[in-house]
Design a binder for this molecule. Structure first.
Ligand code: CA
Length: 146
């Protein structure tokens, strides 16, 4: 079952090569992808589109990625996966405290990132998507509406 097309991912990464790699990786999985290279571009995109998940590079030219994580979390329940480099250990912790859901350390294995993206989307959508619950799992479903 391919549910990827239901999801729209914002790739916020200022380094062109990494941005292109992330975008093609996500598109290869069937996701809709929008890219941004700065906080300003990301804010523009977020104002226009409802994203399901943001791949957030912590080290950006204008705003701090941590600030963006906090802003996104304050306004929405969008999934946030931070992309950090090894020297940003402290930032990673702060990022999680500020509401990021997960992180991947650069350089990362593409398949690991894809797995984390899918896991997070599944987790985020579990309460809403009762239609995807069937068979054995259905017996554990609790319905609060009627
Ligand atoms: Ca960067």
């Amino acid at each position: 079952m391919n549910i990827s097309r239901d999801y729209h991912i914002l790739v916020l990464e200022d380094e062109p090569a990494t941005q292109a790699m992330l975008a093609s990786l996500m598109e290869g999985e069937g996701f809709r992808v929008t890219t941004a290279a700065s906080s300003a571009q990301a804010q523009e995109a977020v104002a226009q589109t409802r994203f399901d998940l943001v791949l957030l590079d912590l080290n950006l030219p204008d705003d701090d990625g941590l600030y963006i994580a906090r802003e996104l979390r304050a306004k929405s329940d969008v999934g946030i996966i931070m992309l950090t480099s090894r020297k940003e250990d402290i930032d990673r912790v702060i990022g999680l405290e500020m509401g990021a859901d997960d992180y991947v350390t650069k350089p990362f294995f593409p398949r690991e990132l894809v797995a984390r993206v899918k896991n997070l989307l599944r987790r985020l959508n579990q309460p809403r998507t009762t239609r995807r619950v069937d068979g054995a799992q259905g017996s554990e479903l609790r319905r609060f509406n009627g």
